[in-house]
Design a protein around this ligand. Structure first.
Ligand code: FPP
Length: 242
């Protein structure tokens, strides 16, 4: 079934996802405007992307804007939109140099034509068959919304006889999901809260989860390396007796 064209399972082993929480609290604790917290957050993204390439990670999936974030103040949403455009303008050349393949997912259309065409431009410019890292950015994404979209998609395909009910399996769900990666190995959440917040609900079934008390703007390359090194020591049984 040729549903999703992106290769979701890379030959390399490690898929990392990050809930980059704490930008707002970092800004407040430094007597700064909230948008300055997000700006600092983008600087950290850059460092973590560079380190992900060095660490030979296959994919890095970042939660930049959730479907629930639409209820934030308009000024903050506008600041995040501008940051996304600035980040694309400033960082795509370096991503190309590092052979990083950039992909956005979620209800991106809600951000308007300007962002949609910027995103298409960035995805095309960074497309390569020999990528170092798949950098996936969730924008207007929610795990429950993804389930809903998948359910409607399956129902439509069954009704049009494209697929049979008996042929639906876990692979069908993975392929129809908007998330460009199947299984997250390591999920990191900064900012001190211990929750998932509607991120990658299907893909984190067997993830190791690390909660970091630091706010995202204070998260360092060394913290990231520590998370990866600790992950490598974990024995993963996937429910089996080994
Ligand atoms: C969480 O902090 C962060 C966000 C909701 C936005 C993150 C967005 C960026 C870093 C910019 C875009 C990124 C890319 C990759 C282009 P919060 O505001 O929820 O923090 P708080 O919990 O302290 O309020």
């Amino acid at each position: 079934m040729a549903i999703n064209s992106q290769t979701k399972n890379s030959k390399k082993s490690m898929n990392v996802a990050i809930i980059m929480d704490g930008n707002g609290r970092w800004a407040i604790s430094n007597s700064l405007n909230i948008s300055k917290g997000h700006k600092k957050g983008v600087e950290i993204v850059r460092k973590i992307v560079e380190e992900s390439v060095r660490q030979n990670i296959s994919s890095l999936t970042l939660y930049a804007f959730s479907s629930e974030n639409w209820s934030r103040p308009k000024a903050e949403i506008e600041a995040i939109k501008k940051l996304v455009i600035d980040a694309i303008n400033n960082q795509v050349p370096e991503l190309i140099e590092q052979k990083v393949k950039l992909r956005f997912f979620g209800h991106v259309n809600k951000f308007g034509k300007k962002i949609v065409s910027k995103i298409e431009e960035a995805e095309n410019a960074t497309y390569t068959d020999e990528g170092s890292l798949n950098l996936n950015v969730a924008l207007g994404y929610g795990g429950r919304q993804d389930f809903l979209d998948i359910t409607k998609d399956i129902a439509t395909r069954v009704l049009s006889n494209e697929i049979k009910i008996d042929d639906i399996d876990e692979n069908t769900i993975s392929q129809l999901s908007s998330v460009p990666v199947n299984d997250i190995d390591l999920l990191i959440r900064t900012g001190g809260d211990r929750r998932i917040s509607n991120f990658l609900l299907y893909q984190i079934a067997y993830s190791e989860i690390v909660f970091i008390d630091k706010y995202w703007p204070d998260f360092t390359k060394e913290d990231f390396i520590e998370c990866i090194d600790n992950f490598k020591k974990v024995s993963r049984r996937f429910g089996k007796r080994i």
